[in-house]
Each structure stands twice: as structure tokens, then as C-alpha cells.
Write a protein that binds this ligand. Structure first.
Ligand code: PEP
Length: 258
């Protein structure tokens, strides 16, 4: 499995440019820590966070991403941004398939496929979120849902070939029932789903290529449960929503990674 430890913060529609700059003043990172930090501010806040990073030496460990893109590179798509624009603005990562995009904005499996392909076209790294709802889990459909969401993307020849050729790819297991609810999957639940994803990646790509793909856990990660989740088998990091909005909580989660 990948040796990288990634701690990602998804700010969702929170923190405007001034608030993002204030967050960065208060977000103190231990320069010796081993985790790589990814921040996903709102697109309009990205530049103020990027400027703050230029002034701060531990910034070397922080990369930026956007929360969504449109699959086309440019054109008449009012309100949208492209992967190429995100790249020009300083983003290196793009979230794709977050459960809020799927549930609230009708993002389909076909959309996630097109977006991952666009992210690869712009030479950015897709961070694909997958996960089951509570009803699906109760019906015993964990495997069916994860296979469907992963295969929509990695089953595509061009995407699979891109990843095999060395294009980076990051996966996040985010059980929908644990997002923003305070319900956390147990380390055992996370380990089970991550092992399943690892074996699917290994079959679809190859064991060696699969080993380079970090699999993050997301869903109500807080400073007091981060260490046990990070220690679960096959967990290469965490994707944090609510607790990433507070610079101290988020720094505590980064410290939990060592
Ligand atoms: C998320 O939105 O990706 C997430 C994990 O949110 P929270 O940490 O608030 O559950």
C-alpha cells in the first residue's frame, strides 16, 4: 500500500477569501510532520490561500485543490470552471464524486467519468470519493455500490491507461451515513471497505499500480478519532469536512498522522 499519508480538508461552501487568509494565519504546521496536507477551499478563496502559502515555509507540505470542475476545457457553461482554469489558479487536485455532488446536484456515474478524464487531461490529480448510503449498507449493497462507483471511472480504458502510465489518482471511501452526521465508521468498517477497494484497484490496474493509489477515509473525522482511523489497515489518510474549518482542529488531525 502507498506509504504517503494525506490529510485533506474540504471546506465546502465555507470561508470567503478573507476568512481563508485568517485560517492560514492560524493554521500552524509542525515542519517535521510526515503528512501531506491538501486543502480544497471554495474556488473564489483559492487565491488567498495560495498567497498565504507563498509566505509560509511549512507551506511546502500543503497542496491545493478545487471541489468541482466542468468536464469541458472552456465554453458557454455559465457558472462553471474547468480543470485547466483550476490548474492555472494553482490547484493540483480536484474532488470528483463527492456524495453532496451526487445527491444534491445529480452528478451521475457518467459525470464522474467525464470529470476524472478532464482532470487527467489538465494533468491534475483526481480525488474520487465513493461510498454507500445507510439504506444501501442495510441492504448489504456495500460491495455493489463501491464496484459501480469505482468501475464508472477506472473501468474506462483511457483513464485506466492514464493511471497505469503514472498519472496519479487518489481514492476516498466516504460512507454517506457518516458525512456531517457525527456518526463515524469504526476502524473495522473502514478497514473492510478499504480492503475491498484495494483488491478492486489491484484487479483493475495491477498490484504494483494499485499500491501507488492512496485510499483516504472520510466521514466525521475529528481530532479525537483521527489517530485510530489513520491506524486502520489500508487507510492512507483522511478527508475532513467540518473539522477542517477550524485551524486548530485541522492541525490536530494533521498531527495525529505523525
Ligand atoms: C466530507 O464532506 O467529505 C466529510 C467527510 O465531511 P465531515 O468530515 O463533516 O463528515
Amino acid at each position: 500500500m502507498s506509504d504517503r499519508v494525506l490529510i485533506a480538508g474540504n471546506w465546502k461552501m465555507n470561508l470567503d477569501p478573507d476568512e481563508g487568509a485568517r485560517f492560514m494565519e492560524q493554521f500552524v504546521l509542525d515542519a517535521a510532520g510526515r503528512a501531506e496536507v491538501l486543502l480544497f477551499p471554495p474556488a473564489l478563496t483559492l487565491d488567498s490561500v495560495r498567497r498565504a502559502l507563498l509566505e509560509d515555509p511549512p507551506a511546502r507540505r500543503v497542496s491545493l485543490g478545487v471541489q468541482n470542475i466542468h468536464p469541458e476545457a472552456a465554453g458557454a457553461f455559465t457558472g462553471e470552471i474547468s480543470a485547466e482554469m483550476a490548474s492555472a489558479a494553482g490547484a493540483e487536485f480536484v474532488l470528483v464524486g463527492h456524495s453532496e455532488r451526487r445527491a444534491l446536484f445529480g452528478e451521475t456515474l457518467g459525470d464522474t467519468r467525464a470529470k476524472v478524464s478532464a482532470v487527467q487531461r489538465a494533468r491534475l490529480v483526481p480525488l474520487l470519493c465513493v461510498g454507500e448510503t445507510l439504506e444501501e449498507r442495510k441492504r448489504g449493497e456495500l460491495e455493489r455500490v463501491l464496484v459501480g462507483q469505482l468501475d464508472a471511472v477506472i473501468g474506462t480504458e483511457s483513464i485506466r491507461d492514464g493511471v497505469i502510465a503514472g498519472g496519479a489518482f487518489v481514492l476516498a471511501y466516504e460512507p454517506v451515513w457518516a458525512i456531517g452526521t457525527g456518526e463515524t465508521a469504526t476502524p473495522g468498517d473502514a478497514a473492510e471497505a478499504h480492503a475491498l477497494l484495494r483488491s478492486l484497484l489491484s484487479e483493475r490496474l495491477s498490484p504494483a499500480v494499485s499500491d501507488r493509489v492512496p485510499i483516504l477515509y472520510g466521514g466525521s473525522v475529528k481530532p479525537d478519532n483521527a489517530a485510530e482511523l489513520l491506524n486502520a489497515p489500508e487507510v492512507s489518510g483522511v478527508l475532513v469536512g467540518g473539522a477542517s474549518l477550524d485551524p486548530e482542529s485541522f492541525a490536530a488531525i494533521v498531527r495525529a498522522a505523525g
